[in-house]
Design a protein around this ligand. Structure first.
Ligand SMILES: Cc1cc2nc3c(=O)[nH]c(=O)nc-3n(C[C@H](O)[C@H](O)[C@H](O)COP(=O)(O)OP(=O)(O)OC[C@H]3O[C@@H](n4cnc5c(N)ncnc54)[C@H](O)[C@@H]3O)c2cc1C
Length: 394
């Protein structure tokens, strides 16, 4: 039994961030990250939009996001290794929420609360919105809330950066699927992989993203984390746009960000998202291209008519990892000692990965997370009938 070994199941941004924070924070035991698919084809980290914002409605989410923003500001330097130079492309172009008659009162309240909680946000009148993002149709818009520190990064670069840096710091990546959680005396003692190999451990971290409930079920635990399909569409703009977009969030839910050309001659592009509130749960990765025509394009063009001639390049779908209150589960499982959860980010895990790494690494090594207060995300809250509310979920 290797009490000094921590096994992290899932090598996406969350698992890799925890691994890096453990090793670079001075944990001298072994950190083994078990990842079944090193191509990450179905990992949410690989399929995400990359948005990072501090515009939340609760102290804890604002604090975690602020921590992550500071981390992403120096990501390329902090994650550099002798054989990998990450380019997270964290572009702080802001998040712009547009308020109409229907959501104005709610946004006013949220704005006041965000200011009181120390989030850097600005209230823009319609002229100020127009000056910042020309070409928007704003007839129905009352004001905007703009977070200048917010922005977006390249999810695949972030994933590669964390993984390389964690490995360079001494974490071991093991390719395999965890098919058994080894439990004895009310504690998890290790994992068994599909090939039959076992890894003993003093602690096992569930960082399995949208597959977290499947992993927990191996120990007969019912984890309230549900995979829910989320679509993204990339389209090419008809010309080189004269300005760069923040993440613009239409009151109806459609939102987009710039996708800058990487090479000379590449077209200027945007990535467009819209959450379908009644999407049925399930591990469904099929891209329903009709949704571009029916749900995405009409509100997009209505908000920015010059997008009329934007051309669809591709669409794809990945999985959000939803909890009943759309907030994560962070901490030790109340019924299984040594089994730690970093799950259920409900579509915000990329932006929360640095803070999660900081918090979980400290929790795993000292028994408490003191730098970041994550007690609100106690994994036992649903069993007690409690929920955590933050009204700024997209
Ligand atoms: C379309 C889309 C858009 C998104 N946009 C944003 C955004 O703008 N901003 C943001 O912050 N977040 C966004 N998210 C959410 C974000 O991507 C996730 O919250 C985050 O990536 C979760 O990271 P993870 O490491 O927990 O999960 P994952 O990246 O899914 O990694 C989990 C890993 O665990 C592995 N695994 C699972 N089970 C096992 C097992 N039994 N054995 C071994 N390995 C296993 C999987 O292979 C996988 O690689 C988006 C997600 C999607 C799908």
């Amino acid at each position: 039994m290797s009490a000094d070994r921590i096994v992290i199941v899932g090598g996406g941004v969350v698992g890799s961030s925890i691994a890096w924070h453990l090793r670079s924070g001075g944990f001298e035991g072994e950190v083994a990250v078990v990842e079944r698919d090193p191509t990450y084809r179905r990992a949410s980290s690989f399929l995400a939009m990359g948005g990072v914002r501090q515009q939340f409605g609760s102290t804890v989410n604002i604090r975690l996001a602020q921590h992550s923003i500071r981390f992403y500001e120096r990501f390329d330097d902090a994650m550099r290794t002798p054989d990998h130079q990450p380019r997270a492309w964290f572009r702080q172009r802001g998040y712009l929420f547009l308020a109409d008659d229907e959501n104005a009162a709610r946004f006013e309240r949220r704005y006041a609360r965000q200011r009181a909680l120390g989030a850097r946000v600005e209230r823009l009148d319609v002229d100020a919105i127009r000056a910042r993002v020309p070409d928007l149709a704003l007839d129905d818009i009352r004001f905007g809330i703009f977070g200048p520190d917010d922005g977006y990064a390249s999810p695949r670069e972030v994933l590669a950066g964390f993984r390389h840096a964690a490995a360079a710091a001494g974490a071991t990546y093991v390719t395999g699927e965890v098919t058994r959680l080894d439990v004895a005396g009310g504690r998890v003692r290790g994992v068994t992989l599909d090939g039959g190999a076992s890894l003993d451990a003093g602690a096992v971290v569930n960082a399995a993203g949208p597959f977290a409930a499947r992993l927990a079920a191996l120990a007969d635990l019912d984890l309230p984390v549900t995979p829910v399909r989320q679509h993204l569409f990339r389209c090419a703009l008809p010309r080189r746009w004269p300005h760069r977009f923040p993440v613009v969030i239409d009151p109806g839910g459609v939102h987009w960000r710039h996708d800058d050309p990487l090479a000379a001659g590449d077209p200027d592009r945007i990535i467009v998202a819209r959450t379908k509130l009644d999407e049925p749960p399930g591990e469904n990765f099929a891209c329903d291209a009709d949704r571009w025509t029916t749900d995405f394009r009409p509100p997009l063009v209505a908000r920015l008519p010059a997008f009329e001639t934007a051309e669809l390049v591709e669409g794809w779908a990945g999985l959000y990892e939803m909890t009943p209150d759309h907030n994560p589960l962070l901490g030790e499982h109340p019924e299984l000692g040594g089994f730690y959860l970093a799950n259920g980010f409900s579509g915000h895990g990329l932006m929360m990965a640095p803070a999660t790494g900081t918090a979980l690494a400290e929790l795993l090594t000292t028994g408490a997370s003191t730098r970041l207060d994550i007690s609100a995300f106690d994994p036992g809250r649903f069993a007690r009938g409690a929920q955590f509310r933050d009204d700024a979920m997209i």
